[in-house]
Write a protein that binds this ligand. Structure first.
Ligand code: DGP
Ligand code: NA
Ligand code: NA
Length: 208
């Protein structure tokens, strides 16, 4: 088969805070690289850009921003990466992305007085993931993972609401991953699904 025609897969990790997304993203990228795959790790929010710095300040509670404003900034932070993502995918690089539009919708929709239909609009037209790995932690295991950090959304009540909204967003690109196991067990589960996805989508068009 002609390698040059193959595109990369857009693999997105989602879940509540502390589910182990970041650890699993790193592990996956490391293993795929070792196997010779072209793969790149990305993370949203990307705090390194100008917009990302505003988001970071908001999350650290150094500034207050109206709920719709911060929602748009998070979306803008994804939009500013679109060209780069598209180029990499079309050139055969698989992207492993730590959070994407589903977090965008779930975290804002968990706030009072936010219109669900309005919230989805800024995400329309972004690249659609080929595979969403939703890391789900049972509440038992979650409570044993220690205290939340100090950032804005890191409160049990808020995270419970986020989790309920995530469930409503689930579509056929999702695979729910039981994140209660050891990092190695969780990784094995993820790895199988990702390998299948990379093969499956390599001759399909990118979706927007
Ligand atoms: P992280 O760097 O992955 O820990 O994410 C920072 C926090 O921001 C985390 O609580 C999840 C939240 N978050 C991530 N993406 C979005 C988004 O698009 N919109 C909102 N409102 N929150 C988000
Ligand atoms: Na966090
Ligand atoms: Na994380």
């Amino acid at each position: 088969m002609n390698q040059a025609l193959r595109r990369g897969a857009l693999i997105v990790f989602e879940g509540c805070d502390r589910a182990g997304k970041t650890t699993q993203c790193h592990k996956l990228v490391e293993v795929l690289k070792r196997e010779g795959h072209r793969v790149e790790l990305m993370k949203f929010p990307d705090r390194s850009t100008t917009i990302g710095q505003m988001i970071s300040q908001y999350l650290q509670k150094k500034v207050e921003l109206e709920d719709h404003v911060i929602h748009l900034l998070f979306a803008a932070n994804r939009w500013e990466a679109v060209k780069k993502m598209e180029n990499l995918l079309l050139n055969g690089t698989t992207l492993v992305v730590d959070r994407y539009s589903f977090s965008g919708i779930a975290f804002s929709a968990a706030k009072p007085h936010m219109d669900f239909e309005w919230l989805k609009q800024p995400e329309v037209g972004l690249l659609q993931p080929d595979l969403v790995l939703f890391l789900e932690l049972s509440s038992d295991v979650a409570s044993k993972r220690g205290e939340f950090g100090q950032e804005r959304y890191e409160q049990p009540q808020f995270q419970r609401s986020v989790r309920q909204i995530f469930r409503k967003l689930q579509d056929k690109s999702w695979q729910v991953i039981n994140a209660d196991g050891t990092p190695e067990e969780v990784h094995q589960d993820i790895y199988e699904k990702v390998k299948r996805s990379i093969e499956l989508v390599s001759f399909q068009q990118l979706k927007k």
